[in-house]
Design a protein around this ligand. Structure first.
Ligand SMILES: [Zn+2]
Length: 107
């Protein structure tokens, strides 16, 4: 395992494809949904990356679900978000979560 550097601006889990921003995420059970309020977009960020869903209630998830129901599911836009510095000193750029980025493959 190398040292992971997070770039400050882009979201680790992708950004709104229309504006490149995110307003955060909401949990529905263990699933994390990121969203953009301005464009009413949402995209799935994965499951169980963050622990706080364990302390939330079904009522909270239902409120989140109702809000996100109005949002359009989109493919997130990934910037270069994470750079992994391996112990050998070589640098490798990794996208996170692995395999979620389709737009960048083949570039
Ligand atoms: Zn947006």
């Amino acid at each position: 395992m190398g040292k992971v550097i997070e770039f400050p601006t882009p979201n680790y889990f992708g950004d709104c494809p229309k504006c490149g921003r995110t307003d955060g995420y909401l949990n529905i059970s263990r699933d994390h949904w990121f969203f953009c309020d301005r464009h009413m977009t949402k995209w799935w960020g994965g499951s169980n990356w963050f622990d706080e869903w364990k302390y939330e209630t079904e009522d909270i998830w239902f409120e989140n679900f109702k809000k996100l129901l109005q949002y359009q599911e989109v493919e997130p836009w990934f910037r270069l978000t994470v750079m992994e510095i391996h112990n050998s000193g070589s640098e490798q750029v990794v996208l996170f979560p692995p395999g979620k980025d389709k737009s960048r493959s083949g570039e």
